[in-house]
Design a protein around this ligand. Structure first.
Ligand code: NAP
Length: 257
């Protein structure tokens, strides 16, 4: 029960890493607010949490929309009185070399992956500041630290999230709020499966190539990232501030070796 009675908002938790984290947080005693664009997927996450005896509600909101995010935060405060943990996880992929990226696609990925961290933080922070307590976890990626082919727009968003995390930490440390970033390598989720399908003629062969990029020789699983999020969310990480936490099977170390 490492998160007993904590109130945790996880954006994009109808799928992949967010969903796995929602299940783990609930299992550790948190009351989880599952957010997603898709009601069907969000409700399914809540159902799985309730089936295992946990506590969760679903709130549909688009993390790119200020009114939608503000109303979600207001609903949480009305019902629970606080937000202890905010995991800014929602994100989308972007593929292509820079000159091939359409301006609309650039704006969209910036909106979901960067504004989608800004807005939930903006509306949740005043309540955390009031209580002088909180843990914010921002989803970056190991791509923020290494160059990978065909991922310019995505890399730009994840680099922005890492820089934002460090600045946020400086501003909110006086309020006893910790802000850290997760930097996963390739984790098998619907997001990566779609990316493989859309980018390679032979996705199976592409997976074998990706596995070779990891020092671990294998790809990560959503639970691997969920466990790192649990650590950052919990009081065990009280000395972690503004830190990038790698869960990448050694990709960054391997690239820098
Ligand atoms: P996923 O399975 O596609 O989950 C992402 C979730 O975010 C989806 O349920 C999606 O909902 C939701 N979402 C998208 N736009 C949203 C919006 N505007 N408002 C609210 N929710 C929204 O992907 P994942 O692999 O778990 O990725 C989660 C995060 O980890 C992302 O930020 C991703 O960039 C990051 N990450 C992933 C990997 C990896 O290898 N998988 C590596 C590094 C970092 P809908 O499907 O309903 O649109």
């Amino acid at each position: 029960m490492r998160l007993k009675d904590k109130v945790a908002l996880i954006t994009g938790s109808g799928s992949g890493i967010g969903k796995s984290t929602a299940l783990l947080f609930a299992n550790e005693g948190a009351c989880v607010i599952v957010n997603d664009l898709s009601e069907e997927k969000g409700v399914e996450t809540v159902k799985e949490i309730e089936d295992m005896g946990g506590n969760a509600i679903f709130i549909q909101a688009d993390v790119t929309n200020p009114a939608s995010v503000q109303s979600m935060v207001n609903m949480i405060i009305d019902q629970f009185g606080r937000i202890d943990i905010l995991f800014n996880n929602a994100g989308i992929s972007g593929v292509g070399r820079l000159h091939e990226i359409e301006a609309d696609a650039w704006d969209r990925i910036m909106a979901v992956n960067v504004k989608g961290v800004f807005l939930p933080s903006k509306y949740a922070l005043p309540y955390m500041m009031e209580r002088k307590s909180g843990s914010i976890i921002n989803m970056s990626s190991c791509i923020a630290e290494i160059g990978l082919a065909l991922r310019a727009s995505y890399a730009a968003t994840k680099g922005a999230v890492l820089a934002l995390t460090k600045s946020m930490q400086v501003d909110y440390a006086p309020y006893n709020i910790r802000v850290n970033a997760l930097l996963p390598g390739t984790i098998i989720t619907p997001f990566v499966e779609d990316y493989l399908k859309n980018s390679y003629d032979d996705p199976e062969e592409a997976v074998e190539g990706l596995k070779k990029r990891q020092l671990s020789g294998d790809l990560g699983r959503p639970e691997d990232v969920a466990r790192a999020a649990l650590f950052l969310a919990s009081d065990e990480a009280k000395f972690m501030m503004g830190s990038p936490l790698y869960i990448d099977g050694g990709v960054v170390s391997g690239k820098n070796a």
